[in-house]
Design a protein around this ligand. Structure first.
Ligand SMILES: [Zn+2]
Length: 62
C-alpha cells in the first residue's frame, strides 16, 4: 500500500489535467513537462519559458 492516491491536478505549464507529476512551490507540474524540462537545454527558448513560468509562480506564492 505504498502508492498514495493523488487527486487530479492541473499542470502549471501545459494546463493538462493529470495525476502524474510533481509539485514545485506547491504548484503542479505534470510528468511530461518535468521530463521536457530535464532534457531541454538551458539555452533553449523552451527552457526559458519554463523558468519564466516558475519565476512567475514563485513570485505569486511569496
Ligand atoms: Zn504539463
Amino acid at each position: 500500500m505504498e502508492t498514495a492516491k493523488r487527486s487530479i491536478d492541473t499542470c502549471m505549464v501545459c494546463e493538462e489535467k493529470t495525476n502524474k507529476g510533481i509539485y514545485i512551490f506547491q504548484h503542479f507540474l505534470c510528468t511530461t513537462c518535468e521530463q521536457r524540462m530535464v532534457v531541454t537545454d538551458t539555452d533553449d527558448e523552451e527552457y526559458q519559458y519554463f523558468i519564466e513560468k516558475l519565476r512567475k509562480i514563485n513570485r505569486v506564492s511569496c
